[in-house]
Design a protein around this ligand. Structure first.
Ligand SMILES: [Zn+2]
Length: 267
């Protein structure tokens, strides 16, 4: 290897300075993207309430939204029951899962589910994580979750199962508690709308808050209906063509459900 010339040495020194400056910046809280639009904040609070009201989440589970001012920031409530979330509980995070301005609020341990899906999927605007019991059987058995009816057409893209043992070994606590596990889960999700987490729950995404909530509600209903149908005998599912055709139509009409669910959850 040839000796480094003066120019290369200067470049290396400059790189070192840049690394030092970067490290110093990382020691501080990430910069805020500023206040999200009132509409987005309102939708995210409503999403928390709706998911609880519809039985998708209980005291656990969470829903996030990508910040409308910066795609590398997202919004997520502090660690609390979704059904009780108010605007003051919504925190801002960067894509490493670091809170911008915690102000004493405790974040969800599993915020890396959200940060890594937002990082991997530019098309995703909102992420729901639940421990929805209707979905658990499809994560622990060999039966794939599939679209039984048109409202769950987004399942036509498949619902892959995340096996945490493949990443964390046999002695994890099942939680997505760091970047590495979040990244592995995002990899399992791939281009799908739903990923099941074996023995834990699921993640469901949408291109905005409303569609993510709608997908989470219908993933739950489809799981119940599929289990019922399978007890009757062989099941005919939507074929890929049918599923692909109806999915965008449902998303375009999301306000019909959203208005109904919101009124019920916030009454
Ligand atoms: Zn969880």
């Amino acid at each position: 290897m040839k000796a480094l010339g003066r120019r290369e040495l200067m470049a290396l020194a400059g790189g070192g300075l840049a690394v030092a400056a970067f490290s110093a910046a990382r020691a501080q809280a990430p910069a805020s993207a500023g206040a999200p639009s009132p509409k987005l904040l309102d939708e995210l609070v409503a999403a928390n309430r709706i998911l609880a009201d519809q039985g998708v989440v209980d005291g656990f589970g969470h829903v996030s939204a990508r910040h409308d001012k910066r795609p590398d920031r997202f919004l997520l409530a502090r660690s609390m029951a979704p059904g009780l979330v108010t605007p003051a509980d919504i925190m801002e995070f960067d894509l490493d899962g670091v809170a911008v301005d915690p102000r004493g609020r405790t974040p969800y341990i599993e915020r890396f589910i959200h940060s890594e899906i937002f990082r991997a999927r530019a098309d995703v605007g909102a992420v729901v994580h639940s421990h929805n019991p209707a979905l658990i059987p499809f994560g622990v058995s060999k039966v794939p979750l599939r679209p039984v009816y048109h409202m769950a057409s987004f399942l036509g893209a498949g619902a892959p199962v995340f096996e945490i043992r493949e990443v964390a070994g046999p002695q994890s606590d099942m939680l997505i508690r760091d970047v590495r596990l979040g990244r592995a889960l995002a990899r399992t999700l791939g281009r799908s709308t739903v990923a099941l987490m074996r023995g834990h729950g699921a993640v469901v995404v949408g291109d905005n808050v409303k569609t993510a909530v709608m997908h989470a509600v219908y993933a739950q209903i489809d799981a119940v209906v599929q289990a019922q149908a399978m007890q009757l005998g062989p099941v005919t599912y939507l074929n890929p063509s049918e599923a692909a055709k109806i999915a965008p139509q449902n998303d375009a009409l999301v306000d019909k459900n959203w208005d109904l669910w919101r009124a019920h959850a916030l009454k």
